[in-house]
Design a protein around this ligand. Structure first.
Ligand SMILES: Nc1ncnc2c1ncn2[C@@H]1O[C@H](COP(=O)(O)OP(=O)(O)OP(=O)(O)O)[C@@H](O)[C@H]1O
Ligand SMILES: [Mg+2]
Length: 451
């Protein structure tokens, strides 16, 4: 096993001698210094696994050095030693990033336990952050360990091992697009095309032409022959996002293509084939849509062979801290530990826009922080009271318990108020597209009208 290197910083010769002898015997490699300046010089040139730091040094109070030390050497454990009467100072040192504090006279067994625990903790943290960094470098998504997301990964793995049609369902921003790409990247077809079509942004003829292609002259703007995306996806994956918004006529043609494994370009008679793997995604309730006639029932049965439901962030709060760290690492923010206050505020929030909203909110916070450590003030709208935005379930001691629609409605109204009615800003903060916001506002208006 690797020998851990410890730096002892204390101005008393006898103390240094005592600690050194004990810790060398315990198998540590020891270096010592007697003042702050020496300690700074030593840490600038060597790496230490832990630093044992007396706070009162001849050239200053080592307390002020702790934040700098922790940010420059994030995997070095810091153990502070103070006088027995100075507990408030010791507590302050922990807030500044020290791992443990011990009071004088130091009990050697306590010292030994504190050291090994702190070093072990830093080792684990280092390994965790290396894992996360590697995942980020490979552009891999972060999933987490909550039982609900583990189930999703299990299904996604099955989907990756075969070529069946997959239907991803989940609220906006839960990662349907990301998971579709992940399934493709882990499938035999990974070196072939991954073709994404957003069925809500293209309507009618435009979507048909985009999917099936067209022959020159088949409509006014068809100035030359053009292959459709179904053709481009041959051998690879066709990802039909927001399939719930697809026009009925296009649905009919798509069903035929899936069933017969062949299609025609618009304005052409030639039958073409394309061997694509189909992944669809929607945040709409397709069962309901197929019952009320806005989605073809036969197409629904055809694509609902292997459905995967993506949980909302609030259903997997265990994964939130990992997701926050993963996202911050992606933005190269890794110097400062997150304060408990920030973590608590984020964990208590309702996240209607899910991972997308979390990402947007963190990005905005980093801009506001301008390179300084993040505080709750960098999360405007969230900083006031976690309780005020806690889910109603968490406020059950009160009188009101809202259903999900009501929560969403209130949240949208709050966001619009916060941005003085600016729908663009509000939709971006909510982590939804502008068109989704308009859709939701329309729905809210209809509900109000019929109420
Ligand atoms: N597993 C993940 N790990 C890291 N980031 C993720 C993950 N899933 C989603 N994200 C982030 O959240 C954003 C939204 O994800 P995505 O577009 O896949 O959601 P969606 O469910 O398709 O939303 P919509 O229904 O609005 O299209 C992505 O751009 C990505 O930054
Ligand atoms: Mg999407």
């Amino acid at each position: 096993m690797k020998t851990s290197k410890i730096l002892l910083v204390d101005d008393e010769e006898a103390t240094l001698f005592g600690y050194s002898r004990y810790l060398s015997k315990a198998g540590y490699s020891i270096d010592t210094c007697k003042c702050l300046k020496e300690a700074k010089d030593r840490t600038a040139t060597s790496h230490f696994d832990a630093i044992l730091l007396d706070l009162k040094l001849p050239d200053g109070n080592a307390m002020d050095w702790i934040p700098e030390l922790r940010s420059a050497h994030e995997n070095t454990a810091v153990i502070v030693i103070t006088g027995a009467s100075d507990i408030p100072t010791a507590v302050k040192s922990i807030k500044m990033g020290a791992h443990h504090f011990l009071t004088k006279p130091v009990n050697m067994d306590d010292l030994s336990v504190s050291l090994s625990k702190s070093i072990e903790f830093e080792e684990l943290r280092k390994r965790d952050s290396i894992h996360q960094r590697l995942a980020l470098q490979k552009g891999e998504p972060y999933f987490g360990a909550s039982p609900v997301i583990q189930k999703v990964i299990q299904y996604a793995n099955v989907a990756a091992m075969n070529h069946t049609v997959v239907l991803l369902h989940g609220e906006t921003g839960t990662g349907k697009g990301v998971l579709a790409r992940w399934i493709h990247d882990h499938n035999q077809r990974k070196n072939e095309a991954f073709v994404e079509v957003n069925c809500s942004s293209l309507k009618g003829e435009l979507l048909r032409s985009e999917l099936f292609g067209h022959a020159k002259g088949s409509f006014t703007s068809a100035i030359k022959d053009r292959a459709g995306l179904i053709e481009v996806a041959d051998g690879g994956t066709l990802f039909l996002d927001e399939i719930g918004d697809m026009d009925i006529e296009v649905q009919t043609q798509l069903l035929k293509t899936i069933e017969e494994k062949s299609y025609r370009r618009i304005g052409e008679n030639k039958l073409r084939t394309s061997d694509f793997r189909l992944i669809c995604a929607t945040n709409r309730n397709l069962t309901e849509a197929s019952n009320n006639g806005s989605f073809r029932k036969d197409l629904y049965y055809r694509i609902c062979i292997f459905p995967i439901n993506l949980p909302s962030l609030r259903e997997r709060k265990d994964d939130l801290v990992g997701m926050i760290k993963h996202t911050l690492l992606g933005f190269s923010y890794a110097h400062f530990p997150l304060t408990e206050e920030v973590v608590n505020t984020l964990v208590h929030y309702y996240w209607p826009g899910n991972i997308r909203e979390l990402r947007n909110m963190l990005e905005r916070a980093l801009l506001l922080a301008q390179g300084e450590p993040l505080t709750v003030q960098h999360f405007p709208g969230l900083e006031k009271t976690p309780a005020s935005i806690a889910t109603p379930k968490e406020k059950e001691s009160g009188t009101e318990v809202w259903n999900l629609d009501e929560i969403e409605k209130r949240h949208i109204v709050r966001a619009l108020k916060h941005f003085s009615g600016d729908k663009y800003e509000a939709s971006s903060a909510l982590g939804i597209s502008l068109s989704s916001l308009y859709r939701k506002l329309d729905k809210m208006q209809q509900q109000t009208a019929t109420a």
